[in-house]
Design a binder for this molecule. Structure first.
Ligand code: ASN
Ligand code: ZN
Length: 372
């Protein structure tokens, strides 16, 4: 064996230290400068991959509609500084994505002890710059990753990498790993319909909003609006307090027999509204400087039990009681069971769950007799 000189031994020892966890800084599109935990792979080489969160990583789809994360190009840096706050640097969108993904993982871990999207301690993954002029973001269950379009330059001017959209899409991953709520119908254009699919969209909005509350970033003040930083003319994509204020997707406030075949984003309003009423109650309320005014179907007054309890009830219902075909009346039962488990069948929380569903017209009395 060759004897090592002191200098080469030191070099060998140093080299053996890579890869190692590093502390980088990102300059994002939507939330200013943010710290990012990265991987140092060599003395002056870093990767946008977080070893403290199971290797969670964001890659570049380079304008292609890549179907596999493995084909994405890794983001690397010689300085561990990422992005410049505008789309002129292709790292900027990746900063928002990686920030949002890690904040979503942190929300699920600190709130429910959930270890990763599938609760299996595996990396969450995202790809930015997906396709050309794509005005959407998706959870893709084939690549098990988040795909972010750059926007169409028209209605969606920027990459769709805002925090609540990331929380929304990754929650689709959580639903895929738990209840697997499925649309009952998909049309030729890929539009999805049905109550279980609507419930899936609603849970994505509910937990997406909670990711914002959990991150509590002054540059992205938490609220019950979804997509308020996307630059849309109506100032938000959807909202939980009064869903029908959305005129883009025609989101509904209340259940009716027609909800059976609602487009899933439109139908999501039923349970999103019930969740808001459970958390915050009906009528006018200013939260974090934003004025809400949530109506009820029956004119009843609902007094909220607080966001933490409402969220715990919906999470337990999702992960314990909902299945692929759960409709809104089943969701009522699932949340009642969850409330009984957590707070007791005689609790205010339990009674408020019942009132919140009644306030969106989901009741024992109007439960469809024949489940189609
Ligand atoms: N952004 C949409 C959603 O998550 C994309 C889709 O899957 N239709 O609902
Ligand atoms: Zn969705």
């Amino acid at each position: 064996p060759t004897a090592l000189t002191a200098a080469s031994a030191t070099r060998a020892a140093r080299a053996a230290h890579y890869p190692v966890t590093a502390s980088g800084t990102g300059t994002s599109l939507f939330v200013g400068k943010v710290p990012l935990t990265t991987t140092r792979t060599a003395r002056t080489s870093y990767l946008l991959k977080d070893p403290t969160r199971w290797g969670t990583e964001t890659r570049d789809a380079k304008g292609q509609e890549l179907e596999s994360f493995a084909r994405g190009k890794a983001f690397t840096s010689t300085t561990d500084k990422w992005g410049n706050g505008t789309v002129s640097h292709r790292d900027s969108a990746a900063v928002d994505a990686q920030y949002g993904i890690t904040k979503t993982l942190d929300f699920y871990k600190k709130t429910f002890g959930r270890k990763g999207i599938a609760n299996d301690g595996k990396a969450a993954r995202g790809m930015v710059h997906f396709g050309k002029k794509v005005a959407n973001a998706f959870w893709d269950s084939t690549c098990d990753c988040m795909l972010y379009g750059d926007g169409d330059g028209d209605m969606f001017k920027k990459p769709l990498v805002v925090l609540d959209v990331t929380g929304h899409e990754l929650t689709h991953g959580v639903v895929d790993a738990t209840a697997e709520l499925e649309p009952t119908r998909v049309d030729a254009d890929g539009n999805q319909y049905g109550e279980a699919g609507s419930l899936n969209e609603s849970l994505a909005d509910i937990f997406g909003s909670n990711v914002e509350f959990s991150a509590n970033n002054a540059k992205n003040p938490p609220n019950y609006l979804i997509g308020e930083k996307l630059g849309l003319a109506q100032k938000f994509l959807r909202r939980l307090d009064h869903p029908s204020l959305d005129k883009l997707e025609g989101t509904i406030d209340y259940w009716s027999p027609q909800t059976y075949d609602a487009e899933v984003h439109a139908g999501s309003g039923v349970s999103s509204h019930a969740y808001y009423l459970l958390a915050e109650g009906s009528g006018r309320k200013t939260i974090g400087g934003f004025a809400y005014d949530s109506p009820t179907y029956d004119g009843s007054t609902v007094t909220g039990i607080g966001r933490a309890k409402a969220t715990a009830i919906f999470y337990r219902a999702l992960t314990r009681y909902m299945v692929s075909t759960t409709d809104f009346h089943d969701a009522r039962l699932a949340t009642l069971k969850a409330a009984a488990d957590l707070y007791g069948a005689n609790s205010t929380a339990y009674q408020t769950v019942d009132k919140a569903w009644a306030a969106v017209n989901v009741t024992v009395a109007n439960t469809p007799a024949i489940r189609r």
